[in-house]
Write a protein that binds this ligand. Structure first.
Ligand code: GUN
Length: 288
């Protein structure tokens, strides 16, 4: 019985933010001011918390963060008009539309309306196409954070069996592509997978992104596996927990991320980095 190394996402994220902060300060000294515009439609409480945390991170690294709160019943045309205005504003470096959107708004349509050069989520089809074809570009924040935590675990992904549980646009699909680019052998499982426990048992690397509290049981985790838990759920008692049964899994894994304090802070740190990257790319400034 091993006891896994707990990968401290909070600490790693603080290092990423500090690196970004240094570069933002250097740009500011040259008169370059960077801004991130976050559009929040409706009053989903979880989204409101995420957006507030994004604002705090902006403040910490020296990026001007602007939130555009819109009522839940905002017509799609109004949201598209706002995005059009932001796309044309030379002062705007990054644009993010917080998801999920209210059901009357077509997420695909909205994501496509963000200028790919300002799309700091990396969700625009042009940016996802770059990712899929291995070209340099913006990488979605949570998958970038997942890969960084895997790097921190010291695992060499080349040739390893990696299982991604979840196939969302935000996490599962881009994470699978990033793992493939690192030469892992990747299986993507999802809600219709018939033999999920068996697939997870084979995995040397597990990325859980399904959104179901403690669905990945400890005895599904292979001895010595590296486990990254993207889940952010509430259990029956109302406590924050991941998609993995942490206490059981840590006795078998070699490294594991906690919830909270694992992937969550990484997402926001990489959003800061993507904003810096977009600002530099749009202005033709090389990032060092
Ligand atoms: N909702 C949950 N995660 C994300 C994210 O990474 N980006 C956006 N835009 N919305 C989200």
């Amino acid at each position: 019985m091993s006891d896994a190394r707990v990968l401290d996402g909070k600490a790693v994220a603080a290092r990423v933010r500090a690196e970004v902060g240094e570069q933002v300060a250097r740009l500011a000294a040259r008169g370059v001011r960077i801004s991130l515009h976050v559009v929040l439609v409706g009053d989903d409480p979880a989204s409101a918390i995420y957006v507030r945390n994004k604002g705090r991170a902006c403040e910490e690294v020296g990026i001007r963060g602007v939130t555009h709160p819109l009522p839940a019943e905002t017509p799609e045309a109004d949201l598209l008009a706002l995005l059009d205005r932001l796309n044309r504003d030379p002062e705007v470096d990054g644009i993010l539309v917080q998801l999920p959107l209210p059901p009357h708004l077509r997420a695909d349509r909205v994501i496509e309306a963000v200028d790919p050069a300002r799309d700091v989520d990396g969700f625009h089809p042009a940016n996802l196409g770059r990712l899929l074809s291995g070209r340099p570009g913006v990488v979605p924040c949570t998958p970038a954070g997942v890969l960084r935590l895997l790097d921190e675990s010291g695992v060499d992904l080349k040739g390893r069996r990696a299982v991604v549980v979840g196939r969302s646009l935000i996490v599962g699909k881009p994470t699978a592509i990033l793992l493939l680019a690192r030469h892992a052998t990747v299986t993507v499982c999802h809600s219709r997978t018939l033999d999920l426990a068996e697939r997870v048992r084979e995995a040397e690397v597990v990325v859980a992104a399904i959104g179901k509290a403690r669905m990945i049981r400890g005895d599904w985790v292979r001895e010595g596996a590296v486990v990254v838990d993207v889940g952010m759920n509430r259990d029956e008692a109302g406590r924050l927990c991941g998609d993995v049964d942490f206490e059981a899994a840590r006795t078998r894994a070699s490294a594991i991320t906690p919830v909270p304090g694992g992937v969550g802070p990484m997402t926001i740190a990489f959003l800061m980095r993507n904003t810096l990257q977009a600002a530099c790319a749009r202005r033709g400034i090389a990032l060092d």
